[in-house]
Design a protein around this ligand. Structure first.
Ligand code: GAF
Length: 374
């Protein structure tokens, strides 16, 4: 059942859908002005909107049936993702007309698949249309990020909002998080007989907590000590020299992750451009090792999923997203999806972990207008 088919019956002025994402490679590089390579999931969040006569906005969740109505006051909880978009559009000088909104989603929550960016970007698209505002897609990710940073209070980078807004079906989005320059990189797994298997580890995932903020702070402190604007300005050729200037061993490891991860994104893009899809596997695994050993953001469940996938023939595997739980991506032969998924499930059971979810994904379309046929 698609998210849009779960919207309550009725007349809407407009309906928009924005997807969740997985990040093929480039983790914790976005807030360092670096490179990322996400693609959109087939799972999306749909926001339907209708103008209303009385002032204010309401948002109703299809999932819980709850309606939150707000005016100027600060909203907390899930509705903050929508209220934050109203706030940021008004901050940017757009007049947002009073409206009732309905939200339905099939993006798994709290799994590191960007359910928050999906609701933000769909709400933004619906409200921009109601407002009749001229706000090009390219400018929307920064605004949605600002809503998440300043209204919701999560110190994230721009990757998730950019992925949810700008991704194209059949492509990964090569994004320079400093300039926001993009390249749609063809990523046709089926043609190569490959698949990306997602393992949702079901380990609790919450990057609003201190660990994400601490990683970000450590990177910003390191950039200051090195005299650069952001760690993006250190490349692998200059890495040893940069590390030699830092006294703190933990900070050195954080810097090494970010600098080598940026290079792995560039190497992955080069591999995809030359059609060497299988070569991406070793870069994914190196990325995971760097997140595990240097950035220290993995947990036993995701490390187990990666190890078992590799033992059962995956070309590469890595955690995707902010970390401390969430999902693992494994690059596998299409025919091996079932056996790799079964091996991971067995290993989770043997370790006493909650059963994971496993599913195969292909790169889907970013934010799109939906025509309801009913
Ligand atoms: C989360 C954040 F929201 C992103 O901005 C990004 O930093 C990611 O973690 C890690 O790459 O999804």
């Amino acid at each position: 059942m698609t998210a849009e088919s779960r919207l309550p019956g009725g007349r809407y002025d407009t309906v928009w859908a924005s997807p969740g994402r997985v990040n093929l490679i480039g983790e914790h590089t976005d807030y360092n002005d670096g490179f990322v390579l996400p693609f959109a999931l087939p799972h999306s969040t749909v926001v339907a909107a209708r103008r209303r006569a009385e002032p204010g906005w309401s948002v109703t969740s299809e999932q819980t049936g709850e309606t939150v109505t707000f005016h100027e006051e600060k909203v907390e909880g899930w509705a903050a993702y929508v209220a934050g978009i109203v706030w940021v559009l008004r901050e940017a000088g757009h007049e947002v007309p009073p409206a009732d909104l309905w939200v339905a989603s099939d993006v798994p929550f709290g799994a590191g698949l960007s359910s928050s960016a999906a609701i933000e970007c769909a709400a933004m698209a619906a409200l921009v249309e109601l407002a009749g505002a001229d706000l090009p897609m390219q400018l929307r990710p920064r605004l949605a990020q600002r809503a998440e940073n300043e209204y919701v209070g999560a110190p994230t980078g721009v990757m998730d909002q950019a992925a949810s807004t700008l991704c194209r079906a059949g492509h990964a989005l090569f994004l320079d998080c400093r300039s926001l320059a993009t390249e749609q990189v063809p990523f046709d797994l089926a043609e190569a007989g490959l698949a990306i298997l997602v393992v949702d580890s079901k380990a609790p995932h919450a990057h609003v907590t201190g660990e994400y903020a601490a990683r970000r702070r450590s990177c910003e402190d390191a950039a200051k000590l090195l005299g650069v604007t952001a760690l993006r300005d250190v490349d692998v050729a200059g890495l040893d020299g940069a590390l030699a200037q830092l006294d703190d061993e933990v900070m050195r490891r954080r810097v090494r992750h970010v600098v080598t991860e940026d290079q792995r994104v560039l190497d992955t893009v080069a591999a995809l451009r030359s059609g060497s899809l299988r070569a991406v596997g070793s870069l994914m695994t190196a990325s995971h090792e760097s997140m595990r050993d240097d950035y220290e953001i993995t947990v036993p469940q995701v490390d187990t999923a990666v190890r078992v996938a590799l033992e059962h023939g995956a070309y590469g595997a890595r955690m995707t997203g902010g970390g401390f739980g969430g999902c693992v991506l494994a690059l596998v032969e299409e025919d091996d999806c079932g056996s790799v998924a079964a091996a991971v499930r067995e290993a989770f059971a043997a370790n006493g972990f909650a059963p994971p979810d496993t599913f195969v994904v292909t790169p889907a379309e970013g934010t799109r207008r939906v025509s309801l046929s009913r």
